[in-house]
Design a protein around this ligand. Structure first.
Ligand SMILES: NC(=O)c1ccc[n+]([C@@H]2O[C@H](COP(=O)([O-])OP(=O)(O)OC[C@H]3O[C@@H](n4cnc5c(N)ncnc54)[C@H](OP(=O)(O)O)[C@@H]3O)[C@@H](O)[C@H]2O)c1
Length: 330
């Protein structure tokens, strides 16, 4: 099988395409023929060795995929070859075949679009649980989303609106502002042309946002904490800027706000009932076409370009590697 390989930590351009032996499933495992694999910001971090955990070299990046079960290991139950599935892991998905525990995949309807299915996992689940269970967003509330044109942010716009909230999308370019407006954001804040962010947020939200969903971190985080209304909730989800904010705690005291965190790897372990409820609700919303927005497809051989678009902050919505029959070998 062909697989994208990272043999030295660094830039996406260091990735190579290699021919590897097909994986063989062990007990409880299965091999999936990958039809599509979503690109996530974390893939860039793994390749650069800047993620919280290290992927030992050499490795195949890619954490989210959709495809067909190709083979099952001894004693593996629940799936048979040919089943359509979607799965998440940490690495291995940027390949024609991926080896995963059977517990890492969920069944897809036979007619599911693999590109959309691959894009509808982590980003949408993160956005939905952070809004629904952590921020406990209620109808009519204003939610300010940073990095709103990205994978998690674009899903957050759509899903917050589905929860009845109003969304202020915070982005860095006019093109991203237009993209977010097209997704249904009620208001946008373009950082490239907004000198006083705190005042803009407070004005746009009628006195202060109820919720900040922060995917970016950096200096913006403190500004947005100051732009919350009384009793607001600040949810820290990611640090795409590369800078983990340090916040003066007196702001929390003075404004009576809550600072909360969401991490998808631990959420289901810590709150299994909430996670199950959120996934069930999200599944219904996704069946109605809400959640992920795919804006770019690349063939496997151009994985580095796909990662580069995410690393360079150019990507909007979800970027997907398409291994389907029409995608070519390019
Ligand atoms: N906690 C969790 O469980 C969880 C789950 C998934 C993702 N995450 C994290 O959430 C964050 C967003 O993920 P994503 O998949 O939405 O990423 P993405 O699609 O790459 O979007 C990230 C957004 O962050 C903004 N940004 C600001 N400074 C940036 C920089 N220096 N480099 C790149 N982007 C920058 C960009 O928007 P502007 O240009 O408009 O500012 C970009 O659109 C990441 O930090 C990711 O690791 C956390």
């Amino acid at each position: 099988m062909r697989a994208v390989r990272c043999t030295a930590y660094g830039e996406p351009e260091g990735l190579t395409l290699a021919e590897l032996p097909d994986p063989v499933p062990g007990p409880g495992e299965l091999v999936v023929d990958v039809e599509a694999a979503a690109v996530n910001f974390t893939d860039v971090l793994f390749v650069a060795d800047r993620y919280q955990v290290r992927a030992p070299l050499p490795f195949t990046p890619g954490s989210e995929f959709a495809g067909r079960v190709a083979a099952t290991g001894p004693g593996t139950t629940g799936f048979v070859p040919g089943n359509r599935v979607r799965g998440t892991g940490t690495t291995g998905a940027f390949a024609e075949k991926v080896l995963v525990p059977a517990t890492a995949v969920v069944a897809l309807p036979p007619d599911a679009d693999p590109v959309l299915a691959a894009a509808s996992g982590v980003a949408s689940a993160t956005a939905y649980s952070a809004l629904r269970s952590v921020a406990a967003v209620t109808p009519g509330e204003w939610v300010a989303v940073t990095g709103a044109a990205g994978g998690v942010g674009s899903a957050a716009i759509v899903l917050a609106r589905a929860l009845g909230a109003r969304v202020l999308a915070i982005v860095s370019t006019p093109a991203k502002a237009d993209f977010c407006t097209g997704l249904g954001a009620d208001a946008v804040l373009d950082l490239s042309s907004t000198p006083d962010v705190k005042r803009h947020v407070r004005t746009a939200t009628g006195g202060g946002a109820a919720v900040v969903l922060d995917l970016v971190g950096g200096d913006l985080a403190e500004t947005l904490l100051r732009a919350l209304g009384r009793g607001g909730r600040f949810v820290t989800v990611g640090y795409a800027s590369g800078v983990i904010p340090r916040i003066p705690l007196n702001l929390v005291l003075l404004k009576g706000v809550s600072v909360l965190g969401f991490e998808i790897r631990t959420f289901a372990d810590d709150h299994p009932e909430l996670a199950a409820r959120d996934l069930a609700e999200l599944g219904l919303l996704q069946a109605d076409g809400l959640g992920a927005t795919v804006t770019a497809r690349y063939p496997l051989a151009r994985a580095a370009e796909a990662l580069r678009s995410v690393a360079d902050r150019r990507a909007m919505g979800k970027v997907v590697l398409d291994l389907g029959p029409d995608a070519g070998t390019g």
